[in-house]
Ligand binder design. Structure first.
Ligand SMILES: C[S@@+](CC[C@H](N)C(=O)[O-])C[C@H]1O[C@@H](n2cnc3c(N)ncnc32)[C@H](O)[C@@H]1O
Ligand code: SF4
Length: 380
């Protein structure tokens, strides 16, 4: 069996105003001397969970590993190396195993990037979000936009060939010209992959509260849609190929780890709050790092809950994930009723006419703007 690994690093120096990921800051954890002290002991726990995975799964080949967060680049390179070695010694690492580390620009220097490379990381994903100072301020990001050029340049110099940036568009107060600046700045970097996400205002975040109180403007959906079209135009012109609703890459630079999620392959999520999926069974770990630690140290499973997907859920997920891909959904996997519902979207140009004729339901550029609406119509 193929089994990808997601390793969650649930720590950040400071929480960004828009983010509701399962991550904790030193003040939330009441740690007085920063996060450096955590690296070693947290990784010990992750390694124990990998032992649990080996006992449960048996033999497997690992095609991808992804250190996500939180801020994985806060960990010591030697500790990241210990995780990779543990997975390598417990399973069979495929020869071309893709091993990604999410990186916040302010947390690394050239030396640390070189150490991550030596540890076995072969793909770096950098949280850029925007190149415009006032947008980063609204997002409540700590990093300096100038650092992006430096960090990606260093990553390239120490030998990383696969470098990605994450962008966010649609931030309140971001003009079309601001977004164009961010697009141009990203395209000037030595990268081969871009993820661009529309800002989601998550309930309970500082951003959501600021909008509620009227201190921050609201999201403008029309402007956000226009920004998606701008991004797709510019990325395509620069040789980045669209391969998932929010992802573009140079040829061969697609993230194989993310593709494993989208194709519903098997993966094990290590760490607090991490989700796993093996053959239609899903489970997720307890969320708080302290409870996770207690469970692991007591030799207990850190799983909080699990579900076995009903066939109808499996089918809904297949539709939701595959409609986001250029290959789309094979028409012969849909009922006559579903195809009838989709016909108006073909007529309006939201679904690609040529692909429809060739047997698949795939989004045109304008259709990508309403992907969720289209898929909702055909969910069972
Ligand atoms: C959880 S972060 C981890 C990476 C790293 N900590 C960083 O922020 O650079 C992964 C990505 O999710 C995206 N993200 C997080 N919250 C989001 C939100 N509310 N709306 C849109 N994108 C979001 C950001 O682009 C971010 O780079
Ligand atoms: S966006 Fe990244 S750096 Fe910011 S709080 Fe979320 S995980 Fe941490």
């Amino acid at each position: 069996m193929n089994l990808s690994f997601y390793v969650h690093i649930p720590y950040c120096v400071k929480r960004c105003g828009y983010c509701d990921f399962n991550t904790y800051t030193p003040s939330e954890l009441q740690i007085s001397d920063g996060l450096a002290q955590i690296s070693n002991s947290y990784i010990d726990l992750a390694i124990q969970e990998i032992e649990q995975a080996r006992l449960q799964v048996g033999e497997a080949t690992v095609p991808t590993i992804f250190f996500g967060g939180g801020t994985p680049s806060l960990m010591e390179a030697a500790d990241i190396a210990r995780v990779i070695t543990k997975i390598k010694n417990s399973f069979l690492l495929s020869d071309d195993c893709e091993i990604t580390l999410e990186t916040n620009p302010d947390t690394v220097d050239k030396q640390k990037l070189a150490a991550f490379k030596d540890a076995g990381i072969n793909r770096i994903s950098v949280g850029m979000q925007s190149a415009v100072a006032h947008v980063l301020k609204t997002l409540d990001r700590t990093h300096n936009p100038q650092n992006l050029q430096q960090v990606t340049q260093w990553a390239s110099e120490v030998g990383f060939k696969d470098i990605s940036v994450d962008l966010i568009y649609g931030t309140p107060g971001e003009s079309l010209a601001d977004w164009q600046l961010s697009i141009d700045a990203a395209l000037a970097l030595p990268i081969n992959h871009i993820s661009a996400y529309a800002l989601i205002v998550e309930e309970g975040t500082k951003l959501a509260n600021g909008i509620k109180r009227g201190e921050i403007g609201n999201i403008d959906d029309d402007l956000t849609a226009e920004k998606y079209l701008m991004a797709d135009r510019a990325f395509s012109k620069a040789g980045f190929i669209w391969y998932e609703l929010s992802n573009w890459s140079k040829a061969g630079g697609e993230s194989r780890h993310n593709s494993a999620y989208w194709l519903n392959h098997n993966w094990w999520g290590v760490g607090p709050g991490a989700h796993s999926h093996i053959d239609g069974k899903r489970w997720w770990n307890v969320k708080h790092p302290n409870l996770y630690k207690t469970k692991i140290l007591n030799n207990e499973s850190p799983v909080l809950d699990q579900e076995i997907l009903e066939p109808i859920q499996v089918e809904s997920e297949r539709l939701m994930l595959s409609i986001r891909l250029p290959s789309g959904v094979p028409k012969d996997s849909l009922s006559t009723e579903q195809l009838k519902i989709l016909q108006p979207y073909v007529d309006s140009g939201a679904l690609d006419l040529k692909n429809w004729g060739a047997g698949s339901v795939s989004l045109s550029l304008s259709g990508r703007l309403i992907a969720d609406r289209i898929v909702r119509e055909i969910l069972l």
